[in-house]
Design a binder for this molecule. Structure first.
Ligand SMILES: O=C(O)C(=O)C[C@]1(C(=O)O)C=C[C@@H](O)C=C1
Length: 325
């Protein structure tokens, strides 16, 4: 692979974005909608780990990876890969509605299906549907939804009789669609993030999110409460919080957190400083515009203006010993 920023001809610089492939995954749809990827060379890879490794190693400029689903919650492989290893920055988020079809080789009927293959997150979102409509079938994990379609369509014996994937992936693989709108919860949405090597965050927009991973002080009662208080006392709403095992021993966890606001917002900056004081480790993963455009509504006394006014009140106290009001 050529170095990032250099085209194979060595002439015009080009950006390279890697994503969980092959063509036809929901991640590919996210790449098409992600800010900063227009005109970039798109390179599909086999896993989230491979995508993030390509960015860490300088083989790609950006990776687009799934991080959260409205039905299944956090994508643990992404949370773990972002939370450890060489640091990375989240630059943007993208929301993609997720709708699955049941794809089969031509001639297969519902009764023939004993094994259903797909990405584990897709299988989890369709668990109830499969149990109800294909009670005889077991599920088989695949690298992605589109990979499941391609494997099923390939030559010879396939490891499953049906694949759950996006309809364009089924059509591209030459499969038949036996059922549409396969889901336990209609209207499911997956959230993807655009990731780069560490860089200063984009400027605040007034509708931003910040992502951090924080470790708790070991074996201390109230440590989690202390972490949460850093956000609560500053009126900052959390949009996601998940515990992930550190992996070294039972009972050791880090917390992956998304909160409303930007690190440059005084109240968010102060909350992160609070985390730095009370947590043994804090990994800042980035501040970036919200895909839904919603702006936070801070409770009374916790707006950025309130924090700025309080800071200048303290400065005056330090300077003059009193504040004329
Ligand atoms: O397999 C795909 O098509 C993917 O893009 C991965 C993925 C995921 O990791 O959650 C993305 C969206 C769907 O929720 C199911 C699978």
């Amino acid at each position: 692979m050529a170095a990032p920023g250099i085209s194979p001809s060595g002439s015009a610089p080009s950006r390279r974005v890697v994503y969980l492939g092959p063509a036809g995954t929901f991640t590919e749809t996210a790449v098409g909608r992600a800010p900063g990827t227009a005109g970039a060379e798109r390179v599909p890879v086999a896993s989230v780990d491979a995508a993030l490794a390509a960015v860490r190693d300088g083989e790609a400029d950006l990776a687009v990876v799934p991080i959260e689903n409205s039905v299944e919650g956090g994508v643990t492989s992404t949370l773990d890969a972002l939370g450890a290893g060489r640091p990375l920055s989240i630059r943007a988020e993208v929301l993609v509605p997720v709708a699955f079809v049941l794809a089969v080789r031509p001639g297969t009927t519902m009764r023939d299906i004993l094994r259903v293959g797909s990405h584990p997150h897709a299988l989890a979102q369709c668990r109830g549907w499969v149990a109800q409509n294909l009670p005889q079938a077991v599920t088989v994990p695949a690298l992605s939804t589109a990979a499941a379609a391609q494997v099923l369509a390939g030559e010879g014996e396939a490891p499953y009789d049906a694949a759950l994937c996006a309809e364009p992936a089924a059509v591209a693989a030459g499969l038949d669609v036996l059922a549409r709108d396969v889901a336990d919860n209609a209207g499911a949405v997956t959230r993807f993030v655009v990731v780069s090597r560490p860089a200063a965050p984009p400027a605040p927009t007034g509708s931003d999110k910040t992502t951090v991973v924080a470790a708790l002080a070991e074996d201390r009662s109230g440590a989690l409460l202390e972490l949460l208080e850093q956000f609560a006392t500053r009126g900052i709403n959390l949009t996601r919080i998940e515990s992930r095992p550190v992996g070294t021993a039972l009972g050791r966890y880090t917390f992956s957190i998304d909160c409303e606001g930007h690190v440059a917002d005084p109240r968010v900056g102060e909350a992160l400083m609070g985390l730095h004081r009370v947590c043994p480790q804090v990994r800042y993963l980035g501040s970036y515009p919200r895909a839904d455009g919603l702006a936070p509504v801070p409770p009374p006394g916790t707006s950025d203006d309130d924090f700025t006014a309080a800071r200048s009140w303290l400065s005056q106290l330090l300077e003059c010993g009193e504040v004329s009001s």
